[in-house]
Design a protein around this ligand. Structure first.
Ligand code: XMP
Length: 321
């Protein structure tokens, strides 16, 4: 079914929230629904709209998959607590790392995360909760790119002809599917979320595993998590759509303490973009790049090389995986 886009410039966010909340209430009826909150702007907006529609009949979970950023689960739970929304953290770290073991192909990684998330962790939660509906923050860009075969976004099923009811045992409601990121930000702000959420830069569903080239082992995730924290601290003052640190699998020769060190490489990407469909690398000042490189090579053990990506999207994509 064709999806009618609602452009951010045409969007009345309060009206949108009212309409979508009413639709959710009607669809779910007297039952309950569940959703997973990752803390990104999409799942945060969905949580608020769903909470408005269903109150406590929406059970919101934060799935700790072990591939989130530093301190993320508790920070997000605390933000939503202030909004009166109870969020339960589910520790599923071991399950995700087991599923990712030995996988190097980007699409297979996405698939492993999808299957673990929907079939194993979430499927079980849905069964326990007796919810028949899952609220999800799929947006139009996810659908476009998946249908075009560019990148399989982990949350797009119906558009690929996969029936989630048959495959996973529940219905999926996607209230944001007519919007792009700029529209979702307006909805999140109108729903009362703080700016740290509604102006948050995007972060992919496959989380830090999308920032590791090759196998996403616990050790590599630990390294890229540290690099991500430093990168986000150093680039916090920069006006950009999204920035990230990527851990490469190829090693390169470096020098440490006067000795040869065959070490790791971190690639930095920083993007200017409106809606993630096209993007240009941000013209970062050299001293910002140099400061970042110095911190990464001194604070992240084993990193001997830091590069900055200067390719546009297309032909690049924003994530490296
Ligand atoms: P790409 O790499 O496709 O990224 O140019 C465009 C935007 O989408 C985010 N992204 C993802 N988000 N699941 C997600 O939820 C994914 O698999 C995924 N891959 C990319 C990316 O961070 C960027 O903002």
């Amino acid at each position: 079914m064709a999806i009618t886009e609602i452009k951010a410039s045409e969007l009345d966010p309060q009206d949108f929230i009212r309409t979508k909340a009413a639709e959710i209430s009607e669809t779910v009826g007297k039952g309950c629904a569940i959703n997973a909150l990752s803390g990104g702007v999409d799942s945060s907006a969905v949580t608020m709209v769903g909470h408005k529609a269903l109150g406590d009949r929406l059970k919101t979970y934060f799935i700790d998959n072990g591939i989130m950023r530093d301190g993320e689960p508790q920070r997000i739970v605390d933000i939503f607590k202030k909004q009166g929304v109870k969020v339960e953290i589910i520790d599923a770290k071991d399950k995700f790392f087991r599923a990712l073991k030995g996988i190097t192909d980007p699409e297979e990684k996405r698939e492993a995360i999808t299957q673990t998330f929907y079939k194993d962790v979430f499927g079980k939660l849905v069964k326990q909760s007796k919810a028949k509906y899952l609220l999800q923050g799929t947006i139009l860009t996810d659908v476009d790119e998946t249908v075009a075969g560019i990148k399989r976004q982990h949350n797009v099923f119906e558009q690929l002809g996969i029936d989630p009811k048959k495959t996973f045992g529940y219905h999926i409601i996607e209230p944001l599917v007519q919007l792009r990121k700029d529209g979702v930000r307006k909805v999140a702000a109108a729903a009362g979320l703080p700016e740290s959420i509604f102006n948050r830069m995007p972060f992919p569903g496959p989380a830090l595993s999308a920032r590791v080239i090759g196998e996403a082992t616990p050790e590599k995730i630990r390294i890229v998590r540290q690099a991500t924290r430093i990168t986000e601290e150093e680039l916090a003052g920069v006006k950009a759509f999204q920035y990230m640190a990527i851990l490469h699998q190829d090693r390169v020769t470096g020098m440490r303490d006067g000795k040869r060190d065959f070490g790791m490489q971190i690639e930095i990407r920083c993007w200017d973009s409106i809606d993630a469909r096209r993007a240009e690398p941000t013209k970062l000042p050299y001293d910002v790049l140099f400061g970042l490189s110095r911190r990464l090579t001194t604070e992240v053990a084993g990193v001997v090389s830091v590069t900055y990506n200067i390719t546009s999207k297309p032909p690049s994509t924003m994530e490296a995986v």
